[in-house]
Write a protein that binds this ligand. Structure first.
Ligand SMILES: NC(=O)c1ccc[n+]([C@@H]2O[C@H](COP(=O)([O-])OP(=O)(O)OC[C@H]3O[C@@H](n4cnc5c(N)ncnc54)[C@H](OP(=O)(O)O)[C@@H]3O)[C@@H](O)[C@H]2O)c1
Length: 234
């Protein structure tokens, strides 16, 4: 399997590179020119394509011949970075390729997520401050996901909870809707977020799903498993 990792030099991206190499996948990674050195640990084992992830030509070259594309969607700046990145992947990925995108719980597929007041306030405040400083545009990540959901590609949008450092605890569990009790702990190891993304490439049950994930050893996941059996999925 050949995979392209778009946003390979970030924290999530580097973990995804490692998981993909562990599976003997051939890996091409896209990252900004100034970040290429962040991938030195993988030198000789991956192909690095330097460039902005919303540059259509960069993505066209990077995804050529790939069976899967893992995309880190981040809403940097106020000029459509996230939607531009998603659009470039949707436009150029090979027909039939598995496309897996990352985002947070704030994205909703069907409007059936139940957010706490605190969560809504935090997202609202972060969005307002991000736009004020012209640093981040959360609405553009919403637009990016809208385009993915509307596409006729084989997509999965993985919605991360709050993230933390630390060793892997195993594959996160998931639910289609934020607000479900299994997700209550709202914390996932970043290394396991990456694991879920890479595993999704070969899990066709996740096609056209937007799984909201949480660490498999968190109290809410463990409590769920105790009531319904092993929590391997929602
Ligand atoms: N609490 C959380 O952080 C949280 C919670 C839920 C979900 N998520 C999701 O997790 C994913 C990212 O997580 P992460 O931990 O990997 O973040 P990260 O390490 O900050 O990396 C994000 C990506 O953004 C790029 N980047 C940074 N500054 C940029 C700029 N000014 N212009 C363009 N690109 C820039 C990085 O590339 P360089 O290496 O070139 O800097 C990297 O590819 C996103 O999909 C996010 O929605 C995060």
């Amino acid at each position: 399997m050949k995979v392209c990792i778009v946003g390979a030099s970030g924290k999530l991206g580097k973990y995804m590179v490692k998981h993909a190499l562990d599976r003997d996948y051939e890996v091409a990674g896209v990252c900004r020119g100034q970040s290429v050195a962040k991938l030195d640990a993988f030198k000789g084992r991956i192909t690095v394509i330097p460039g902005a992830t919303n540059d259509s030509e960069v993505i066209r070259k990077a995804v050529a011949g790939c069976d899967g594309v893992l995309t880190v969607l981040v809403p940097w700046g106020v000029h459509g970075y996230s939607s531009g990145t998603a659009q470039a992947v949707l436009d150029h990925a090979s027909p039939g390729a598995r496309l897996v995108f990352s985002c947070g719980w704030h994205i909703t597929l069907d409007g059936q997520d139940a957010y706490s007041r605190k969560f809504k306030w935090t997202v609202g405040a972060a969005g307002w401050l991000g736009r004020l400083l012209r640093a981040v545009d959360i609405n553009d990540q919403v637009e990016a996901c809208r385009r993915v959901f509307a596409s006729d590609t084989r997509w999965t949008v993985v919605r991360g909870s709050d993230l933390e450092k630390g060793e892997s605890q195993g594959l996160p569990v998931w639910s289609p809707h934020v607000g479900d009790p299994i997700l209550k702990s709202n914390i996932t190891r970043r290394v396991d977020f990456a694991l879920f993304m890479v595993e999704a490439l070969e899990n066709d049950e996740l096609i056209h799903e937007a799984p909201a994930i949480v660490g498999c050893r968190t109290p809410s996941a463990v409590a769920h498993a105790a009531t319904v059996g092993p929590a391997t999925d929602h």
